[in-house]
Ligand binder design. Structure first.
Ligand code: GLU
Length: 552
C-alpha cells in the first residue's frame, strides 16, 4: 500500500501503533462520576490570575468528585517558551493550595502513570498517531512555502471565498509518493496536515457545560497537525493527550471555543471518545464605560505576584475567585462563616456564560472578611511571613514583640462583630504602628490627629488631668467611670444625652475626652477600643506617651 510506504518515509523511526498507547494508558478505574481534569498551561510567561482561576475550577471539580487533577505542560511552541515559567507555574499552584494528583512536579520531574506530562516529551506518541492517520489516508505532508500559502489566500480573497488550505486549494493533498520522496531526498522540510473529511454544509450540534447548546459547521480545513519541528499543534496534542490521559472534562478558556469544530473532528477521526467540554469565561475588567480583557501590560492585578506582594492571603484570592466562578458563593459564605471554602460545591452550570468581571474593590471586601475570620495566631503568623519578605522593619518588630503583636491581632476578634481593619498585609503597619515605639516616634508631630473641633492645647489639658486619675489596674467599668467624672470636672458632659439636651452648658462630651486621650496615645482618631489599647500598651508605655504628648 502506498499509504504505508508514505508513512514509513515520513516517520521512519516510529515503530509503535496507536493500540500500544491505548493499552499502555487504560481506562481509569475510578468511582462513578469521578472527574478527570487537567490544568494545561503553556510556559510562555509568568502566571496570570486567569490561570489560577481556571486551575481552581479544575481543582474543585476533581476534588469534589474524588477524581484526578493533572498538571500538563503544553510546551510545543518552543519559540515562545520563557525560561523559569514551568517552575513559576508549579510554585504558584502550590502556593494557592492546588494539589495535583498527577503531572509535572518540577521542570523534569513528574508523578503519575499517564505521562509524560510535558508535551515536548511526548513526540513519539504524537507521531505514532500521525503516522496511523497517514496510513489511513487521513493525513499528508505539505511542502508549501509561506509564499505559496499567501498566493492561495490572495486568490481566495479575490474570489470572495473563505481563506485557508482546504478542498481544491489544498495543493499538496494529491502529491504522489514519488513527488514526496523527491522533496524528502532534497531535505525539504514538511508539515503534516489533516486531510479533512468535513463539509461546511453539515452542522455539528454540541453541548458545552458552561455555554450550553451550540452548533457549528463541520471543519473542512486541512489543519496542521505536526509542525516542521516535529512537534504537534495544540489541536492535535489536545486530542491525543486528553484521550490518552483519559480526561473526562476539558475545562479551558473560551478563546478555544472557536476551535471546537476541529477538536470534535479530531476526536472522531482518531476513534476517541469525545470528552465533556466546559469553556470558562475570560476575566474582564471594567474600564470606564467599557469592559475589556484584564491586560498583562496595563493591569498589575493580572499578575499573580501582585497578590503576594500586596499581601492578600491566598484564601482571600481563592474566595474571591470562587465568587466569580459561582455568584451564589457569597450567600453560602454568609450562611456558613466557619466552613472551609472547600466545602462549597462548585457547579459549572452556575457559571456566567459571558465575561467574568474582576473587581479589586470586591476582592478587598472579601479579603477583609477572610482576615476577620482568622484566629489572631494565624493573622500573626501570616503577617509575619509576609513581612519577612516585604517589610523587614515590621518583621523585626513582630519577632521582638510577638506576644504584644498577638494581643493586638486579638483585639475585638470574638463576639458578634469582629473588627475588619485589614484587607491585606500591607495595610497592617499603618493601622498598628502606634503600638510600637520604634514606629510611633518616627512620625512627625504634624501628623497628629485630634478630635474634631479640639485644639492641641485642650487635648494636652485633658491629658494632663487624665494622668492623675489613670490607673492601669482599673477594670473596664471603673476605668470608664473615671473618665466620666473627669469629663464632668473639665466641663464635658458625661453622656451624649445630657449633652444633646443642653449643649451650651458643655465644652463637649465624654467621647471628646476619650478622643484626647486616644490622640495622646496613638496620634490617631480612630483605633480599636481605647481601654484595650491601654491594656496592650501597659502602664509604662502609656505614661511615657502622655508625658511626650505634653511636650509636643
Ligand atoms: N495550553 C493551552 C493554553 O494555555 C491550554 C488550553 C487547554 O486547557 O486545553 O491556553
Amino acid at each position: 500500500m502506498s499509504n504505508e510506504k508514505l508513512a514509513d518515509l515520513l516517520f521512519p523511526s516510529i515503530d509503535k501503533t496507536p493500540n500500544y498507547y491505548l493499552e499502555k494508558y487504560p481506562k481509569r478505574n475510578l468511582k462513578e462520576g469521578a472527574k478527570v481534569v487537567r490544568y494545561a498551561p503553556s510556559p510562555t510567561g509568568f502566571q496570570h490570575i486567569g490561570g489560577v482561576f481556571a486551575a481552581l475550577v479544575d481543582e474543585r471539580l476533581a476534588s469534589e468528585s474524588e477524581g484526578v487533577f493533572i498538571l500538563r505542560i503544553e510546551d510545543t511552541d518552543q519559540k515562545r517558551e520563557v525560561e523559569g515559567a514551568i517552575e513559576d507555574t508549579i510554585a504558584t499552584m502550590r502556593n494557592f493550595g492546588m494539589h495535583f494528583n498527577e503531572g509535572m512536579t518540577g521542570e523534569t520531574t513528574e508523578i503519575g502513570n499517564y505521562g509524560p506530562y510535558r508535551q515536548s516529551h511526548r513526540e513519539e506518541i504524537y507521531k505514532t498517531f500521525a503516522k496511523s492517520l497517514v496510513i489511513k489516508g487521513l493525513a499528508y505532508p505539505c511542502f508549501c512555502s509561506a509564499e505559496e500559502l499567501n498566493q492561495i489566500r490572495e486568490k481566495q480573497t479575490d474570489m470572495k471565498l473563505t481563506p485557508g488550505y482546504y478542498g481544491e486549494y489544498a495543493r499538496c493533498r494529491n502529491l504522489s509518493f514519488e513527488q514526496v520522496k523527491a522533496h524528502i531526498e532534497k531535505g525539504d522540510e514538511f508539515i503534516l496536515r489533516l486531510k479533512s473529511p468535513g463539509n461546511i454544509e453539515n452542522r455539528v450540534e454540541f453541548h458545552d457545560l458552561i455555554k450550553g447548546d451550540i452548533s457549528f459547521p463541520e471543519n473542512n480545513q486541512d489543519i496542521v497537525i505536526i509542525k516542521s519541528d516535529g512537534l504537534p499543534t495544540y489541536h492535535f496534542a489536545h486530542a491525543i493527550d486528553d484521550a490518552l490521559m483519559r480526561t473526562t472534562h476539558v475545562i479551558r478558556g473560551e478563546e478555544w471555543l472557536s476551535s471546537l469544530p476541529i477538536h470534535v473532528q479530531l476526536f472522531d477521526i482518531l476513534g476517541f471518545h469525545t470528552p465533556n467540554f466546559a469553556h470558562i469565561p475570560t476575566i474582564m475588567k471594567q474600564d470606564g464605560e467599557t469592559k475589556r480583557k484584564l491586560s498583562k501590560r496595563k493591569d498589575p492585578e493580572s499578575a499573580v505576584s501582585y497578590y503576594r506582594e500586596e499581601g492578600y492571603p491566598v484564601e482571600s484570592v481563592i474566595e474571591y475567585l470562587l465568587n466569580i466562578i459561582n455568584s451564589n458563593f457569597e450567600e453560602w459564605r454568609e450562611e456558613n462563616p466557619q466552613l472551609d471554602y472547600r466545602e462549597f460545591p462548585v457547579a459549572l452550570e452556575k457559571m456566567s456564560k459571558s465575561g467574568a468581571l474582576f473587581d479589586i474593590v470586591k476582592l478587598n471586601d472579601v479579603s477583609k472578611n477572610v482576615i476577620a475570620r482568622m484566629k489572631a495566631d494565624k493573622v500573626y503568623e501570616l503577617y509575619t511571613q509576609w513581612a519577612k519578605e516585604f517589610d523587614k522593619e515590621s518583621y523585626d518588630l513582630m519577632i521582638k514583640y510577638s506576644s504584644r503583636a498577638k494581643e493586638i491581632f486579638n483585639i475585638d476578634k470574638d463576639g458578634q462583630k469582629p473588627r475588619k481593619d485589614f484587607e491585606k498585609w500591607s495595610d497592617v503597619k499603618e493601622k498598628i504602628f502606634y503600638l510600637f515605639d520604634e514606629l510611633f516616634y518616627m512620625e512627625s508631630s504634624e501628623d497628629i490627629e485630634l478630635p474634631k473641633n479640639m485644639t492641641l492645647e485642650e487635648a494636652k489639658h485633658i491629658t494632663e488631668a487624665y494622668i492623675k486619675v489613670f490607673d492601669i489596674n482599673n477594670d473596664k467599668d471603673s476605668w470608664f467611670d473615671n473618665l466620666k467624672s473627669l469629663a464632668l470636672e473639665l466641663g464635658y458632659a458625661a453622656d451624649r444625652k445630657s449633652f444633646k439636651k443642653n449643649p451650651e452648658n458643655y465644652k463637649g462630651m465624654v467621647s471628646d475626652v476619650a478622643g484626647a486621650v486616644r490622640s495622646a496615645l496613638s496620634h490617631r482618631n480612630n483605633t480599636p477600643d481605647l481601654y484595650t489599647i491601654m491594656q496592650v500598651m501597659g502602664e509604662d508605655m502609656v505614661k511615657e506617651r502622655f508625658k511626650k504628648f505634653l511636650e509636643v
